[in-house]
Design a protein around this ligand. Structure first.
Ligand code: HEC
Ligand code: HEC
Length: 255
């Protein structure tokens, strides 16, 4: 995958600054009002540059547009507002199919999270894509994808002038070293549903995961990005340290 030419990036960042100035004057937040700590202003994306990002990052596996067909990945025409894993004739991973059944809808937040790091939202996804770290390139790409909706005008350019910072967990949260013994103590609640043996009948197996995927998954429930109500409730009570401890404990369990 080629990275984008530097000059383009600089141009895009200049535009983004301009766009940001326009956005912050928008209706959802009065001028001069402080941005709450857990949200970030979202610059409008540049759809034209987004087309280049699409070409470099996605078009090897996906098609988009009126004549799009399924390829390595499902076709992405009218992806905004579409429920996850609903293209007929495409064989999705169990993991993405489950998120679709739970009611995951593709919108700015969920698409942004999936493109940043596919496993945050869908731990067992078959999308073999490492993620796109550059927030600006993602905003441009989303603006491009939005143009393939039935009525892009009905989809706001960004969900509001501000939104949660996610899944960019602060690095210090991802860096917390979990205490596996504390994790074992906390895990008794989890293993009423998740089998200690790692058996995977109906309820997904959560043993032996890389700790980072585990932490990202639990934060994705806690923030409401992943729709499952039971796991949202379970994680609402957990602190960052407890999430790290659980990740450390479950990572050590051998089947
Ligand atoms: C290496 C191939 C590959 C690349 C590159 C790739 N994808 Fe995917 N994508 C897939 C596959 C395979 C799936 C199905 C995943 C599953 O079933 O878990 C998928 C699924 C998706 C879905 C879910 C669609 C649905 O119907 O629910 C979206 C959205 C998506 N990809 C967007 C993108 C975007 C945007 C890019 C570029 C940044 C990209 N993908 C790059 C292979 C790829
Ligand atoms: C009442 C049953 C129940 C309890 C208790 C429970 N879980 Fe879950 N968990 C589920 C179900 C059902 C899913 C699948 C949710 C979905 O579709 O997203 C799940 C999903 C998960 C996932 C993501 C799995 C994947 O493949 O994406 C992780 C990680 C997880 N749980 C960890 C935990 C931890 C840690 C605890 C304890 C603090 C816990 N769960 C307690 C039922 C439970």
């Amino acid at each position: 995958m080629r990275s984008l030419p530097i000059s383009r990036r600089c141009l895009a960042s200049g535009l983004a600054v301009l766009a940001l100035a326009t956005v912050s004057a928008g209706p959802a937040r009065a001028e001069g009002e402080a941005i709450p700590p857990n949200v970030t202003a979202v610059p409008l994306g540049d759809a034209e540059h987004g087309g280049e990002v699409w070409f470099n990052e996605c078009s090897g596996c996906h098609q988009i547009g009126p004549a799009a067909e399924n390829a390595v990945g499902p076709n992405l025409t009218r992806i905004f507002g579409r429920r996850a894993a609903t293209i007929e004739d495409f064989e999705y991973s169990d993991s993405l199919a489950r998120q679709g059944r739970d009611g995951l809808i593709w919108d700015f937040d969920t698409l942004d999270a999936y493109i940043t790091n596919p496993r945050t939202l869908v731990s067992g996804t078959r999308m073999g894509y490492p993620g796109l770290e550059d927030a600006e390139a993602r905003a441009d790409l989303l603006a491009f994808l939005r143009t393939f909706s039935d009525s892009p005008r009905d989809i706001p350019e960004a969900p509001a002038t501000a939104r949660r910072i996610f899944p960019d967990l602060p690095p210090e949260v991802l860096a917390i070293q979990g205490d596996p013994e504390y994790g074992e103590y906390l895990a008794s609640e989890c293993t009423t549903c998740h089998q200690r043996s790692g058996a995977n009948e109906g309820i997904p197996s959560i043993t032996n995961w890389p700790e980072e995927y585990f932490v990202l998954a639990l934060h994705a429930y806690r923030s409401g990005l992943r729709p499952h109500p039971v796991m949202q409730m379970v994680t609402a009570r957990l602190s960052d340290e407890e999430i790290a401890a659980l990740a450390a404990y479950f990572a050590t369990i051998q089947e």
